[in-house]
Structure formats: C-alpha cells, structure tokens
Design a binder for this molecule. Structure first.
Ligand code: C2E
Ligand code: CA
Ligand code: CA
Ligand code: CA
Length: 279
C-alpha cells in the first residue's frame, strides 16, 4: 500500500483540481445564465384547504442550460451561496415576483400572495430590508402580497439580528414564512419572538402522515402549536387525496403539492387562475 502512496496522492490532487475546475466552469455558466435571462421562475399554487381555491404561489427557480438541459435548484443554489452569486439571483427572483405580480393585478386577476425563497446568506447580509423595499417601490407591487420564506435552519444563526431584520420587514408590511419547519431545532421561546405569518410543514412529515402514526402525530402537534402562536400553517408536498383529507381533519390552513399542481411556468399558472375565476 505504501508503494502506491504517491500515486494515490497524485490521484487525489488531480481529482480535486478537476472538481475545482468544474466548479469554476459551472460558476461562470451560472453567471452567464443570469445575465442572458436563462433563469426562469416557476409558480406552484398554494391552496386554501377549506375553499379549495388558489390563494398564492411560491416562486421556484429553474435553470435551463443549452448543453446540460434542466439543472434543478438543489444543484446550483448551494454553489451560488458559496460563490456569492446568490445575492444577484435572490434579487432577480424578488424583482420577478413583484413585476409579474403587479402585471397580473393590472390584468385584473384576483390578488394573490407571492412567496419568494430567501437564502440564509441574503438574510444575514444586512441590506435585505432596503433591497426588498426598493423593489416594491419600483414595481408598485403591494407589500402585503409579498411573502418571504426563510428556512428554519437559517433562523438559527445570530438570532438577535434575525429578529431585528424580521421586525423591519414586517414593519414594511411584508409577510414572513418559516420554510421546511420541523427539520430544525427552533425553540418555542424563540419562535414566539418572531413576527411570522406562516409556518410551512416540511414535506418529510407530510410524505408519511397516512402511513406512519408518529409523523401523523407530529404534524398534528405542529399545526396546533402554530395555531397557538397565531401563525397560519401550510403543508408542503401534498401528493394524495388521503393526505389532504387528513390535513383537513387536522385544521391545516393551506397546502401545496403535486396533488393540486407541480410548479408551472408563469403563463400556465395564469391560465390555471383564469380557469378558477371562470368556475
Ligand atoms: P423548497 O423551498 O422546500 O421548495 C419545495 C420543493 O418541493 C420544490 O423543489 C418543489 O418543486 C418541490 N415540490 C413541491 N410539491 C411537491 C410534491 O408534491 N412532491 C415532491 N416530491 N416535491 C414537491 P424545487 O423547485 O426543485 O426546489 C428545491 C429547493 O431549491 C427549494 O426547496 C428551495 O430550497 C430552493 N430554491 C428554489 N428556488 C429558489 C430561489 O429562488 N431562491 C432560493 N434561495 N432557493 C430556491
Ligand atoms: Ca420554499
Ligand atoms: Ca420547503
Ligand atoms: Ca426544502
């Protein structure tokens, strides 16, 4: 084994260089994609459980690369976070939400809430409030129709600052949601200090609510907890009628998931809304 010591070492450095090079190429391509408008926002409907009506949508970013085809966000958001591109991407998505949302309002579509994912990096940079407020001003989209989704884990660093940022956003009339809830470790005492409007129960619980009693009980407890704290609750990743029926019994307020619709391009989402208006 000692004899291959050198070769093994060489193998690893070559490998690392290759990885590093691939990353740089990918990073440059992402930068280019952003500039060339090759990033597109899809819209996934959010439904009120009692009425079955669309009340909003979550924007989910898509990257369509000419050579590699469709690249899912899980593959490039982490890279964008580590190279700093997330700030430009985050700005793009916020601007897209407010521009599209305003256009739909002007077209006479029913007022909808639009939810935008905000990365922990954007949240801790310090200028998020100003950025959002300036986009709202330049697009004329009403603040109360914009919701920012922050993951539970993003809220765990620098809590004082998180609370302050959230209070400023809330003071500007922007809605706040906690994403992927149940996967982090936020305490009740902390949650209570946050000016949240909505708690989104992570898909990993919803996935098993009809088969696993523990997940069912946890989901039920999360919904009750949220209501005690006066937050609304949305269930993520609802795929079946059985899951939806259970959530209705548990008094969950909203849901999102393939059962109703996958994330759709803007125009397809608009058509779906028009259909609902006609019915
Ligand atoms: P997320 O915010 O938790 O978004 C929900 C993910 O679940 C989306 O994946 C969505 O397409 C998927 N999904 C929705 N309904 C169902 C369902 O019924 N079943 C299953 N199996 N999946 C469902 P997507 O679009 O691939 O996004 C993945 C993650 O990438 C998002 O997770 C979010 O963390 C991140 N992301 C997406 N767009 C943005 C963005 O604009 N900014 C930031 N910072 N992150 C984003
Ligand atoms: Ca989300
Ligand atoms: Ca989520
Ligand atoms: Ca997630």
């Amino acid at each position: 084994a000692k004899a291959d010591g050198r070769n093994t070492y060489r193998y690893y450095t070559d490998e690392l260089t290759t990885l590093a090079r691939e990353r740089l190429v990918m990073e440059a391509k992402l930068r280019q994609a952003l500039k060339m408008n090759q990033l597109e926002c899809y819209y996934q409907p959010q439904i009120a459980i009692t009425t079955g009506k669309i009340v909003g949508a979550e924007l989910l970013i898509r990257w369509c690369d000419a050579e590699q085809g469709f690249i899912p966000p899980d593959h490039f958001i982490p890279m964008a976070e580590s190279c700093g591109l997330i700030h430009a991407i985050g700005h793009f998505v916020l601007e897209q939400a407010c521009t599209q949302g305003y256009a739909w309002l002007v077209q006479g579509l029913p007022a909808l809430k639009l939810s935008v994912n905000v990365s922990a990096h954007q949240f801790s940079k310090g200028d998020l409030e100003q950025q959002v407020i300036s986009i709202l001003q330049s697009t004329a989209f009403p603040a109360h129709l914009l919701e920012l989704e922050v993951t539970e884990s993003a809220l765990m660093h620098d809590k004082e600052r998180v609370i302050r940022t959230m209070q400023q956003l809330r003071a500007a009339g922007i809605r706040l949601a906690i994403d992927d809830f149940g996967t982090g470790y936020s305490s009740l005492a902390y949650l209570q200090q946050l000016p949240l409007d909505l708690l989104k129960v992570d898909r990993s619980f919803i996935e098993k609510i009809t088969s696993n009693d523990a997940d069912k009980q946890i989901s039920k407890a999360i919904i009750e907890l949220a209501h005690t704290l006066r937050f609304d609750v949305l269930a993520e990743g609802v795929e079946t009628a059985e899951q939806l029926a259970l959530l209705k019994d548990m008094a969950c307020d909203y849901y999102q998931g393939y059962y109703y619709s996958k994330p759709l391009p803007a125009e397809a989402f608009r058509q779906l809304l028009l259909q609902q208006v006609a019915n």
